[in-house]
Design a protein around this ligand. Structure first.
Ligand code: ADP
Length: 247
């Protein structure tokens, strides 16, 4: 088996002649936390959208576990184990935190309404949802309406919902965006915790998060990979300093 769970080969996306992602070759190693960083407009979101098939590449290939998934539909990608963190807006705000995770579980099991409404299955799903909430330290918020969850805890719910879909590769989109120090530290520790036995690819702007937990960093600039390596390598790279850190 290849060391790489995900590879892109010359991945390219053009929008009406503008190349947003330009011949990108990513190699995400199994078990790693891998970050995509880069200035605004570098192509990070477009890359994520290509990987989850929200966008169709103009050219190039995406391999997951050595299988070419370039032509796979979004639902097939998710079934194969690539799960992007749910944006909280996609979660039902007027259901409780536990109910939202339970719905994620139900979705991933693909169980029909008639199957899961039977008492035993419902309680099994609830137990599993509670176990996931414990994993992300949200037990105390299980009965809280999602709309009332403090902002800093919403990412933990997104992560629990993502975990409920049994990911082999988790894609996290700016998981600490808009958070204060305490919440950033909590989410960083949580990402590290849930990475055990999984692979994570994340877009992240906060350098202290990236330096603390990422095994590998790919720096994008104008749609292309400018530099790659561990935090030390990329942070000492003069091209990166110039392009990204503004020094
Ligand atoms: P990042 O996430 O790194 O900030 P994006 O992937 O969002 O960058 O965008 C990369 C470039 O592609 C930007 O210049 C952006 O304006 C352009 N772009 C993104 N989506 C579209 C689109 N649907 N149509 C045209 N241009 C787009």
């Amino acid at each position: 088996m290849s060391d790489f769970i995900l590879e892109t080969k010359s991945l390219t996306k053009e929008f009406k002649g503008f190349t947003a992602v330009n011949n990108v070759n990513l190699q995400v190693q199994r078990g790693h936390i891998h970050a995509l960083i880069g200035p605004n407009g570098a192509g990070k979101t477009t890359c994520f959208n290509l990987l989850t098939k929200f966008l169709v590449p103009t050219s190039g290939q995406i391999l997951f576990n050595e299988r070419d998934i370039t032509a796979s539909a979004p639902a097939q990608i998710a079934r194969q184990g690539i799960i992007r963190s749910f944006q909280i807006s996609a979660v039902f705000p007027h259901l409780t935190v536990m109910e939202n995770v339970r719905i994620g579980l139900q979705r991933s099991l693909g169980t029909s309404f008639h199957f899961w409404k039977s008492g035993s299955t419902l309680s099994q799903l609830r137990d599993r949802a509670m176990a996931l909430l414990a994993e992300v330290d949200l037990t105390e918020f299980a009965d809280t309406l999602t709309v009332d969850l403090p902002y800093g805890r919403k990412r933990a719910l997104e992560i629990a919902t993502t975990l409920s879909m049994n990911p082999e590769l988790m894609l996290l989109d700016e998981p600490t965006q808009g958070m204060g120090h305490e919440d950033v530290d909590r989410v960083t520790a949580l990402i590290k915790k849930v990475s055990a036995g999984r692979t994570i690819l994340m877009v992240e702007h906060n350098m202290s998060v990236v330096s603390g937990i990422c095994d590998k960093i790919s720096v994008l600039q104008r749609g292309a990979v400018l530099a790659e390596g561990n935090y030390r390598d990329v942070s000492n790279n003069p091209l990166v300093m110039e392009a990204y850190m503004g020094t």
